[in-house]
Design a protein. Structure first.
Length: 145
């Protein structure tokens, strides 16, 4: 499912970083419980959860290292039903490269931030401080909520 960029996102739109989903699928506590609670709040209507295509790929990559292919694919498909997956296109690519040039963010995180910015999403849920200081982005950390 793709979002329409002509419709600005509201203050309840949240781009979810891979670490939130990875923690929610994992066994480490208290990360698992806190990230699951955060996602359940999103799904219950307190906000709208979004994902970059790269975030889904990152979760699949992680899950493949931890288990079987079927589980990794099923987790990705389940996640894609619960979060609105946003397109990765040339605009997102260019924004990610600009962020890499002008900030300290790197690689996949730059793609996540660029996706949020391209779609007008101002909030990223992540325990990763790499998103701090990105102009136009506010990070919320489910582990500290």
């Amino acid at each position: 499912m793709s979002a329409d960029r002509s419709n600005p996102m509201d203050e309840h739109a949240v781009l979810v970083d891979a670490n939130v989903v990875i923690y929610a699928l994992g066994h480490a506590e208290p990360q698992r419980t806190r990230c699951r609670a955060f996602l359940e709040d999103l799904w219950s209507g307190t906000g709208r959860g979004y994902a970059s295509v790269e975030m889904v790929q990152e979760v699949v990559h992680h899950r493949l290292r931890r288990g079987g292919r079927a589980d990794a694919v099923n987790d990705a498909r389940d996640m894609s039903k619960l979060l609105i997956v946003l397109d990765f296109d040339h605009e997102v690519l260019e924004r990610s490269l600009e962020l890499i040039e002008t900030t300290s963010i790197r690689g996949r995180d730059a793609v996540h931030a660029a996706t949020a910015l391209a779609y007008g999403i101002e909030t990223i849920a992540s325990s990763d401080p790499a998103f701090d200081g990105i102009p136009g982005i506010t990070r919320v950390d489910p582990l500290t909520m």
